[in-house]
Ligand binder design. Sequence first.
Ligand code: GDP
Ligand code: IMO
Ligand code: MG
Length: 419
Amino acid sequence: MNSPLLQNTIVIGMQWGDEGKGKIIDWLAQDAQAVIRFQGGHNAGHTITTLRKKLILHLIPSGALNPECQCVIGNGVVLSLQALNTEMAMLKENNIDLAERLHISLNCPLLLPSHEVLDKASDSIGTTLRGIGPAYEDKVARRGLRVGDLLDEKFFCQKASDLLDYHNFLINHYYHQKPVTPNRVIDTCLNLSEKILPLLCDVAMRLHEWHTNKKRLLFEGAQGVLLDIDHGSYPFVTSSNTVAGNAAIGTGFSPLQFNQVIGVCKAYTTRVGEGPFPTEEHNTEGEILRQKGEEVGATTGRQRRCGWLDLFTLRRMVLINSITEIMLTKLDVLDSFAEIPVCIDYSADKTPHYINLPGWQIMTHAVNRYNDLPTQARGYIEYIEDFIGVPITVVSTGKIREHIIVRHSDPYLAAEDQR
Ligand code: GDP
Ligand code: IMO
Ligand code: MG
């Protein structure tokens, strides 16, 4: 394997999530000593497909299938004990052993069942209904519980009881729904924490130690930059910062130590949930993308909305995130089109302007050498690269690890090539 990985690398989604981060990170992790999640929660659904199985990870980093890779959940992740236990059990059933290699920050905000009730009662934008927004609300309001609070049972019970009283007040009097039973929630947390407590640590210090020992660290983003709470399509966004800058905040790793930011970008665009999507196609072309791309949500099973690539927005996001290179996924999904529109500008009333690039109408599925791609497919890739100003170093042509084209194994050389 000849991955382009440098020492401390951030990988983020460049659109509204589901760009294929799971596949790319699993592949890159073959060369990394640790993969670290820094934001989001079990709203994420990162799919890893092998010849034998398909696994969907929600909280556990996508390095899990590499037995030598450490898996870390940083302080920026909102943690549901229930979801984490279920996922650990699922991996165990699949003979994936996480013993000694799963590390969880003491400072992760706890996501409680009552957060899920509040999310369901208040949702107006089509969230994943996992309780993510309400859990982040409590964190920012400084009333939330942290996973480290579980180490002191008496303190935990008191703090949880106060918080659940507050949640029940909202659930009952504001949303007119059935309240949760505080003692049951607290007991469940205590039971579920049994397997988690031994995994808690000071993640920031552990990462610094690994860095000093020259380990290669891979920081795994969830969602995508257009779902960022500050830079995305507010209010139709998630409740965390999904941009690269949050990799430092969500882990405690030093901002100056990152030297590579990889943007994972689908060769077209999808979105789950409500909100603006200017390049969406409501016609047969959108349907072809959905069918061929199997665009169904990995977490909620909802159909994904589909449309063309928005290069104008992508270029802006390259700048906001210091993207050093793009890894382009799902190129094979575009195989059947005679022409492929890409958005290059917007008019004052926000109507997208397109240029039509020639399609190739030849199967690219599983192609793993750049020169084996049809000329028009290479033209498509090179047009994007020229437009956004950073190299596309890797192209994915199918679900499994082997369906990948490595164009440049050194992104800095690639950048030189561009000039
Ligand atoms: P993530 O949330 O960014 O990890 O992406 P998801 O796992 O939610 O969705 C991506 C979907 O596309 C998954 O079903 C992957 O197996 C699949 N996928 C990833 N890369 C490719 C590719 O290059 N071609 C095709 N056809 N499917 C891909
Ligand atoms: P991955 O990591 C796609 C979307 C939801 C909704 C909005 C807010 O698999 O790319 P939330 O539950 O976070 O409060 O929902 O964000 N959303 C995602 N869309 N992929 C995801 O994760 C998503 N996580 C959240 O559909 O529109
Ligand atoms: Mg996903």
